[in-house]
Design a protein around this ligand. Structure first.
Ligand SMILES: [Zn+2]
Length: 307
């Protein structure tokens, strides 16, 4: 990608309107942008075409319109109480979107759009206040918009590098892996709430936590995008192989029928016709001689020669 395009895209990623839902939109777009940058040619579209799609998709789950998801799909409040069920549907929704992308043939634009929506939910689960809630700290409702507004204003987040996932990597399904991600994020829940308690320094106390969570969101997004695209690549290869087998096997089968039909026709001819002509004549000659011998007659007698 040329430097000018890159700078333009970076500026666009950071120039999002702040919204008090999930991360601010600029953070969602930033995570999508950095993941797109790291993927390079692995994405089905070149960056110049992928970015306008990701720009919309990275915030589509929050915005009215195509791709919007209900609030319950943006959270997964883990609970320390083993008897209580976690609240939220984000890991399940990520699993469903992943399955769909892995199994369906879709246009490249739509694949990139769905990758962007997955990126949004992964970023949500990387946010500590999406991974726990009022049951643990009733003040978190007040803290949520303050924290996200401050994160939105933190321009240093643009230089955060992706961190490869460490939690949930041994889990078999994406739902379990995403639950593990929420579990990891929830460990910073108390720190974020405490930072905004009266008399505390606010965002300055959790700047490093925020960078770590954004780095984690980028790493998890890359892991899930790569898994999806590898699966789609394998499926496409299988389809190509099946098609090339058809190219080879159809003419071979036709040839086989052609040869078989010809042999049948040859078998159906009378002796003396075509390829069996000589054999037929030899067989009748032999039968004639046998008859002559049995009758004790000379050859000429039977054949009506001079008696
Ligand atoms: Zn969200």
């Amino acid at each position: 990608m040329r430097a000018r395009t890159y700078i333009l895209m970076c500026a666009m990623a950071l120039a999002g309107a702040a919204r008090a839902e999930a991360w601010a939109w600029s953070v969602h777009r930033l995570v999508a942008f950095r993941a797109m940058q790291a993927m390079g040619a692995e994405l089905p579209l070149p960056a110049e075409r992928a970015w306008p799609v990701l720009w919309r998709a990275a915030v589509a789950p929050d915005a009215a319109g195509p791709g919007q998801l209900p609030p319950i799909d943006h959270v997964f409040h883990v609970t320390r109480d083993r008897r209580a069920r976690p609240m939220g549907n984000a890991p399940r929704r990520i699993q469903e979107l992943t399955w769909r992308l892995m199994s369906e043939e879709l246009p490249d634009d739509q694949v990139v759009f769905e990758l962007g929506r997955i990126c949004h939910l992964v970023a949500d689960l990387s946010q500590p206040l999406h991974a726990d809630g009022k049951a643990r700290n009733p003040d978190c409702g007040r803290v949520h918009p303050l924290f996200e507004k401050d994160a939105d204003a933190d321009r240093e987040l643009a230089s955060v590098a992706a961190v490869a996932p460490t939690t949930g990597t041994t889990a078999t399904g994406w739902e379990s892996r995403m639950e593990a991600l929420a579990g990891e994020s929830s460990r910073d829940f108390d720190a974020v709430c405490a930072a905004y308690a009266p008399g505390h320094p606010g965002y300055a106390a959790v700047r490093d936590v925020t960078r770590r969570r954004v780095a984690c969101a980028q790493g998890q997004t890359l892991a899930i995008w790569r898994a999806i695209l590898a699966q789609r690549g394998a499926a496409a290869r299988r389809r190509r192989e099946a098609a090339s087998w058809a190219y080879v096997s159809v003419p071979l089968v036709l040839l086989w029928f052609l040869i078989r039909g010809r042999v049948k026709r040859e078998e159906g001819r009378w002796p003396g016709q075509g390829t069996v002509r000589r054999d037929g004549r030899d067989a009748s000659e032999r039968a004639f001689r046998k008859l002559e011998e049995r009758l004790g007659l000379g050859r000429d007698t039977v054949r009506g020669g001079r008696g």
